[in-house]
Design a protein. Sequence first.
Length: 418
Amino acid sequence: MVDVKDSPQVLNSEIWSPASVLLLNPDQRIREETAEKLRSNGFDVVEASFPGQALAAMVLKNICIILTEISFPDIEGWKVIRALRKQNEKAIIIVYTSLAERRQGPDRRLGIIFEFIHYPVPTIELIGHVKHAAQVYVETKNDEAHIQKSKSQLEWLIWKEQTRVQEQIFIGSSMLANIKHSTSQGTGIGGLVTYIEMLEIVAKKDGNDTLIPENIYNSIIENGEGVERWLQGIENMKTALSAEFDREVLHDDEVVSAIQRSINSVEKLRAIKNQEIVFEVVQLPHPIIANRFIIEMAFREMLTNAFKYSPEGSTINITRYITGNSIALIILNDKIGEFNVSENNAFQSFHKESHTYDDRFLAEEFGMGIGLSMIHGLVSSVGGRVHVTEITDYATDLTARKRIVGELIFPFDIETDA
């Protein structure tokens, strides 16, 4: 027996279980003798005395190397080779035969056969050939795994880049729509331009001074403040887009504190329509992976949208829902008008659907009509998700009603909690 120190099983234990080498030979003596040599040197062997038995074994076993004779009664050897290859394209085929004239056969030139071994051959040479085949098989598998991993990474990078470009296009289009709105109506650039144009008509010269009506002066100041807030919104957006937020492990009190800070910061907006916030204290069975500042920003933006597009005096509910290994922090608010919200337009500004606009909410977080889109990107950056959709709410009132639900979904940190 020849001692092969680095057994092929060491190369990859998963590859060699439950069987690695299929030995196909109609000669019982040669088959048993060869099988003993292979097993003594660390190979798992499946024996077959005829092609049908070999093909059946390949269905049931993980065959990596095929050591086969090419001389069979009633069937040509090349047909057996082709059938074995068709059954398993990745297995390495070694011909072990006494038919020396086939050593340079066409199948080898086509790459179907890895090696020809002429029987009889010294044990060390036989084991050397099979071991070489095993190494090639493992290297091929590793290369394929590396290629597949690289392919998956490239596909992910392409998807990420496409998503980034799509989000930038959406933000750009939202900004253009917001600028168009601001220059045509409401408090801000449009109103400022309109009142400045009116000065040419109503202004009166008084020596070195120019007299203008007090109401127009006040309107210019008001619209100038609106433009200043609008520019501050751009700065807020720039800061949020350029910041890097780490993933944090947050417990109940940290999540509740972030939500409460959001509620406090939008109190002036809540008071505009005298709406009520019902905050069910969030209790977490496990810590979550998120970022407290992103939770705070997200709730400010989503509450602002809830105030803007809910009726006067309506109730806005803040609750939570546990599903699987994640938790959804939820804002529920009523609708104004008959507009539909779906996953396809979840981050479109609601006023585009309802054709409503309320200048009282110019002090909103980003002030550019793109808050939900930005929140979606920020939440995603720390492993969370944002969903905005329409539901029929049976739980928060005696009467079922259509409501808008905004969800911030974050995974639990099960390992840390354990």
